[in-house]
Design a protein around this ligand. Structure first.
Ligand SMILES: Cc1ncc(COP(=O)(O)O)c(C=O)c1O
Length: 395
């Protein structure tokens, strides 16, 4: 029996593929600090579980396909606090930002169509597009430019009759880059002039350091009908396992059609929606607390990286990731060596090879993505282990 070409060609997650090695070394007694996956250690706000505990029902019923009204309204209020107004039918609840991205791709693209994505990009974009035979056309961005976008001409050159959308995460995973307003306006212009959708993945919005403000694409005027915003409680509210995300767009025709996909999968888990509705009510104090914590972690990571000879990286201004070029020939080999061969007092670290975040072959081979998702003490320890590991590896 032969499996589909589509599934066989699908990339294995570079973030998860080394996990069996980590599991083996942990079984043998080594402690591994996981900087390879975007799983924050911050406690999920207690309001989430309180709302679920107080939800009085004898039967856990199917929710509405479009989502629980309480959650939809809570998300609408969250956007309204930034002056972005969505009607009730302009928000659809999904199983995480992941399903939001899959549904949006299906609704916008035919098989063989193309989506422009600045690279390096969140590696699962390959999955969301590949599973429906849509091709990613990378817009290469470089560490030396802080992973900011190239010129308008360079981007427009990549557009073909099959290009349907520009997709990006802002703040960026894996780069931690926050788009400047002029870059967002350039994207808007390109989209208008070439009749493209804009898929703005804002699951890290709020993680913006050094006084920067994460601006939503929803505040850019004149592109409301082509803008789709991807949201999620996973990162901002440290609720990855809740699997609650959403799609926002003022393009009612698009939303009416995505609702068909929502209906086909019936609904999103009812209880988690009840909990998530409370998360979106948290005020700016919560966001400020989270941002300060991650900024401290970012500072630890960045200052250690600056101290290691041969490491090249830009200071990230958002999300909780940094891409660093290491003085090694092959980052994946180094990551495996750190797991299998190296430790400091029985402890080591696990990073992600950055190659899988690029679509252009050959890029990122000597780069890693570091997710600073552990508390400051563990981050300090982890970065010390990285420094010692590199010294030994290169000696
Ligand atoms: C940029 C980006 N978008 C979307 C997601 C999907 O998140 P979830 O499905 O947990 O909402 C992630 C998860 O890491 C991400 O980094």
């Amino acid at each position: 029996m032969i499996l589909s070409k589509r599934i066989l060609e699908m990339q294995e997650s570079p973030v998860r593929k080394l996990v069996p090695i980590a599991t083996r070394v942990k079984k043998n007694g080594k402690k591994v600090f996981h900087l390879n996956i975007g799983q924050p250690d911050i406690e999920t706000p207690k309001q989430f579980m309180e709302a679920i505990n107080n939800y009085d029902t004898r039967v856990i019923k199917y929710s509405f396909s479009q989502g629980e009204p309480a959650l939809i309204n809570s998300i609408r209020d969250y956007f309204a606090r930034d002056g972005i107004i969505f009607d009730e039918d302009e928000v659809l609840i999904t199983n995480g930002g992941s399903e939001a991205l899959t549904f949006t791709t299906i609704a916008i693209c035919n098989p063989g169509d193309e989506i422009l994505v600045p690279e390096p990009f969140y590696t699962n974009y390959n999955g969301f597009t590949g599973e429906v035979n849509v091709n990613i056309k990378p817009i290469t961005t470089l560490a030396k430019d802080g992973f900011h976008l190239p010129s308008k001409e360079d981007i427009v050159k990549l557009i073909t009759p099959r290009t349907k959308a520009i997709l990006f995460s802002n703040p960026g995973n894996p780069t931690g880059t926050i788009l400047r307003l002029d870059e967002m306006e350039m994207i808007a212009e390109i989209a208008k002039e070439n009749d493209l959708f804009i898929i703005s993945d804002e699951v890290y919005r709020g993680f913006a350091f050094d006084g920067l403000k994460g601006i939503s694409m929803g505040s850019i005027k004149g592109i409301e009908d082509r803008t789709v915003i991807i949201e999620s409680v996973s990162k901002r509210y440290s609720a990855c396992g809740a699997r609650i995300g959403s799609i926002q767009s003022k393009n009612k025709e698009l939303m009416k059609n995505i609702l068909k996909l929502c209906q086909a999968r019936l609904c999103v888990a009812t209880l988690e929606q009840i909990g998530a509705a409370e998360l979106y009510k948290l005020d700016d104090n919560y966001t400020a607390m989270i941002k300060d914590e991650y900024q401290d972690r970012r500072d630890i990571v960045y200052s250690t990286l600056q101290d290691i000879p041969g490491v090249v990286c830009e200071k990230p201004s958002g999300a909780f990731y940094v891409v660093a070029k290491l003085p090694v020939d092959n980052a994946e080999k180094f990551i495996i060596w750190m797991l299998e061969e190296f430790d400091v007092d029985g402890q080591t670290i696990m990073l992600s090879p950055a190659e899988g975040f690029y679509a252009t072959p050959g890029l990122g081979i000597d780069e890693v993505r570091i997710a600073y998702v552990l508390n400051t003490k563990d981050m300090e320890k982890s970065m010390y282990i990285l420094k010692k590991g590199l010294e030994k590896y290169n000696s």
